[in-house]
Design a protein. Structure first.
Length: 291
């Protein structure tokens, strides 16, 4: 009896028959060979140890004479100012050679030069005793550039930068301002109505030959040698710079230091105080009457 077309088995979709015995045998032999070769390689590698490599030796050749060479260093340690193409350029103000100071050199006083010096000094101050203005551009962020010249005083050609006459203060531009300001405030004009006490120019003497008094205030000007020392301008230079205790002989001015007042300062009126008498004590007096 014939079967319908749809009931016949589909030989195309049936699974492949099982691999033959020869194929299975070949696969087993191949895996066994791989394992054997791996084991032999492991044993040989363990016997030979870890392979080492000796780098070749290079002969050090010194640099030719005249050729610059620097030792190896990190990037943070490398300074182009010392090793770059401009290494021979000296830009450190502290390394400038300063003229020798002769403490016993004679000092010549010239009244005309002294007056010119005092006028130039007054042109940089709003009043006598005021902080002098800065005659050049200044760094507004740090005082390192100020201390490079004014820390100990510095002479550059014919220009002398005096050292500070007061103790170190880190914010220089808080009191000292530039003469030619570069910010927006330079376009504005301010009228100064403050009048300070001006010095008489020369100190008074108790008698002829006596040490003169200090003709200016001493506030923020405690270091006399900053202006009158051997590096200061000659019209006001002292003739005895080896004596550094100046105020032992030169007395400060009480008027210029505002230590004397013409009138007594005014005070607020006193608060009236009323005393209230306490009531009589009703208890008997324990002290016996001697009568």
């Amino acid at each position: 009896m014939a079967q319908p077309e749809d009931m016949k088995p589909d030989t195309d979709t049936q699974a492949d028959p099982a691999p033959s015995q020869a194929t299975r045998r070949a696969t087993q032999l191949f895996l066994a060979g791989v394992i054997g070769v791996s084991f032999v390689g492991l044993v040989v590698g363990m016997r030979q140890g870890v392979p080492t490599h000796d780098p070749p030796e290079f002969e050090h050749t010194p640099a030719p004479r005249g050729q610059a060479s620097i030792p190896a260093m990190t990037y943070a340690e490398f300074d182009r100012r010392k090793h770059g193409p401009n290494r021979d350029w000296q830009s450190n103000l502290g390394d400038l050679q300063q003229p020798e100071v002769d403490l016993f050199a004679p000092v010549e006083f010239d009244e005309a030069e002294r007056q010119a010096l005092l006028e130039a000094r007054a042109s940089r101050r709003a009043f006598d005793g005021a902080p002098p203005t800065i005659p050049h551009p200044a760094d507004q962020m740090t005082s390192a550039s100020c201390m490079a010249c004014h820390g100990d005083g510095l002479t550059i050609n014919e220009v002398y930068a005096p050292r500070m006459s007061h103790a170190y203060m880190p914010s220089c531009t808080q009191c000292h301002v530039e003469q030619q300001a570069s910010d927006i405030l330079a376009t504005r004009e301010f009228q100064n109505l403050f009048e300070g006490l001006f010095s008489s120019g020369q100190g008074q003497r108790a008698w002829e030959g006596a040490p003169p008094t200090i003709p200016h205030s001493t506030f923020m000007r405690e270091d006399c040698m900053a202006c009158h020392g051997p590096k200061g301008p000659e019209p006001i230079r002292t003739s005895h710079p080896w004596q550094t205790s100046c105020m032992q002989c030169h007395a400060p001015s009480a008027v210029l230091d505002q230590g004397v007042h013409d009138d007594l300062p005014s005070f607020l009126p006193g608060v009236p105080v009323f005393l209230q008498e306490s009531p009589a004590d009703p208890r008997p007096d324990p002290t016996p009457d001697p009568g």
